[in-house]
Design a protein around this ligand. Sequence first.
Ligand SMILES: CC(C)(COP(=O)(O)OP(=O)(O)OC[C@H]1O[C@@H](n2cnc3c(N)ncnc32)[C@H](O)[C@@H]1OP(=O)(O)O)[C@@H](O)C(=O)NCCC(=O)NCCS
Length: 200
Amino acid sequence: MASKNTVGYNRSMLFRLFRHFVFVKQKIDDQLRSKYYERFIRLYQGQVGKNLWVRQNGKIHITKGGKLEIGDNFILGEGADLFVGREGNVKIGDNVFIGKNSTLVANGSVSIGSGTQIAHLVTIIDSNHKFSDPNKPLAHQGGDVGKIFIGKDVWIGTNAVVLKNVEIGEHSVIGAGSVVTKNVPLRTVVAGSPAKPIQK
Ligand SMILES: CC(C)(COP(=O)(O)OP(=O)(O)OC[C@H]1O[C@@H](n2cnc3c(N)ncnc32)[C@H](O)[C@@H]1OP(=O)(O)O)[C@@H](O)C(=O)NCCC(=O)NCCS
């Protein structure tokens, strides 16, 4: 008769085997999804380097007419969303990481320099609704589209929001929860809403 210890050991072996199976399945799913998006980007006349990695529920959407260029070793995290509008133009350098559940919306132009690391739940959005006419529903007033330029080797902390017409200089850091409304000089740490420098 199997002892209590043997039953426990067998159960833990089974569980480890199951975990391994789940891990391998996730990896295969990620590979298939990434291959799919590689083809999708090329189909829409976009460019993509080697080692594109789109994790579970990550999505890339290109509206016809939009342009997307991605360098090598790009990772789009779980549930993250990259949207390129009809007149959108997105350029992403090499070795860029966009974390879990982050959103990038480009109706105009968004550029992200090589090596930039974007944490989870970050929003980068280059457009506003127009709202100047009080007699017209907001949904019918059209949009105001701008540009976002993020330099090389920038780190954007979790829950930060980067708004239109902003340039973030190389090697800068954006604190968690910041709302970036103005340019950030290079090698500067900013935080808060609106984001302001916290140290030199
Ligand atoms: C911006 C950050 C890097 C600064 O770290 P730091 O250099 O150690 O700064 P400190 O903690 O010494 O804070 C310096 C000052 O800035 C303030 N501050 C720091 N981060 C802040 C933030 N995100 N929002 C508002 N204020 C912030 C502190 O309260 C402190 O203010 P004080 O001088 O009045 O006390 C860090 O606070 C941060 O936001 N990290 C992001 C973490 C993250 O998203 N990780 C994801 C991993 S991918």
